[in-house]
Design a protein around this ligand. Sequence first.
Ligand SMILES: Cc1ncc(COP(=O)(O)O)c(C=O)c1O
Length: 299
Amino acid sequence: MREAIKKWSIETLGATGDFDVLPVIGSKEFVAWLPTLLEVNSVIFPEVAYPTYSVGAILAGATGFPVEISPSAWPTAQLAWINSPSNPTGRVHSESEMAEVIAWSRKSNSVLVSDECYFEFGHGVKPHSIMEFTGGDNTNILAVHSLSKRSSMAGYRAAFVIGDSKLIARIREIRKHAGMIVSLPVQEAMVSALSDGEHVAKHRERYNLRREKLKPALERVGFTIQESKAGLYIWCTRNESDWASVEWLANLGILATPGNFYGEKGARNIRLALTATDKAIDEAVIRLTNAPAHGSKND
Ligand SMILES: Cc1ncc(COP(=O)(O)O)c(C=O)c1O
């Protein structure tokens, strides 16, 4: 399994230089426990982000710092998370943004972890892995991947981390005693999933088609789509409170997530998941198309 992960990382992510791999039982578990395993006292994460980065800081008793994308004003911290493609926004880091965060890590001698679990779901863009920009020096750099999204295997709890060999050796040493070890049948399933890219291409096509159907229907009723260049979600706003948008959609029988779940900065956005079935997405499009236009008398 470790060889399959290594091969995939070189061929798909463009990883270079010396790096090690560590399978983990789901990336949520890893995100939640990494600050504890590394005994860090400060954790940086994006200001609009998957909540488990903050939860991990809390579990470790560390100070959490929600930050902007650019590291130019980041505080000093022992560990920083980036997430590209992002949940919930679908934002994708540019090549120069990747280079900037690596420079930040080198300058501050801090661990930089790139959560790349939506890596293979670009929509007209090609997401980059942090591993592509290290120039073969992976010191203090880790990348996290998960088969939950890539291969729809969330129930298997199958994920892995790659990067700095010394850091991974340290985590492995603790993990030997703390557990969270991937079971043998799941290891076999990971090898099968990683050796096939065809199912991933099919999933990508399916999600992107759903996004293309929903976008104009949402725009028609007054939503502005932001980012949403990759991943499994549409991130949009109607310049009103997230709960007002959630309620308006709920009245049509459409379930959206309020953006404040991902940080205060998301409080005027909502997130729609493209994981609903094609039938449900088509039905949502019909309901949005038949709904009164936003701001009209019947709205
Ligand atoms: C950004 C991000 N990281 C990690 C995870 C965790 O995924 P899993 O634990 O299924 O690997 C998720 C799940 O939604 C996510 O959105």
